[in-house]
Design a protein. Sequence first.
Length: 158
Amino acid sequence: MSRGPGRVMRAIEAAFKRATPDQSFSTSELVVIAYIGRVRANPRTRAKRVAVLRAADRVAARMGWHGLGGFGTEIVYANPMEHGSYIGGQQRVGGNIELPGIPNRDAPGGLWWLTVEETRARAAGDEERVREIQAEREAIRKKERTWEMAIMAQVWGR
């Protein structure tokens, strides 16, 4: 039987609750937050990172935060209801591209901006607005794929 959230989960939950609207947290930052004052020799051992990742995933799911990144990059946890937090988290993970005729991902009307707007509309129960935003996002993705194919053709000489 569970005895409730452990020390690491409580520390991460407190950090998420105290977060400013433009704040996101990397795994390394959460390790320091969870183990502050308790680590003597090496604060960033694999065991501590794994414990923090497990706890952060559970807390993020419960509080509606998203874990961004992975597969070779550090995971960054961001609040998808706040433009500053979500866009800042995406920028920390990497992947912002600028293509002609397509809004920058972090600008109003860009993919990341629309993701936050969709999350807000979904939370408000506005399904019509959710469908509109999904159509906008799909149109932007289609343009990005077209550019990606053109760039790949140039790279591979086809």
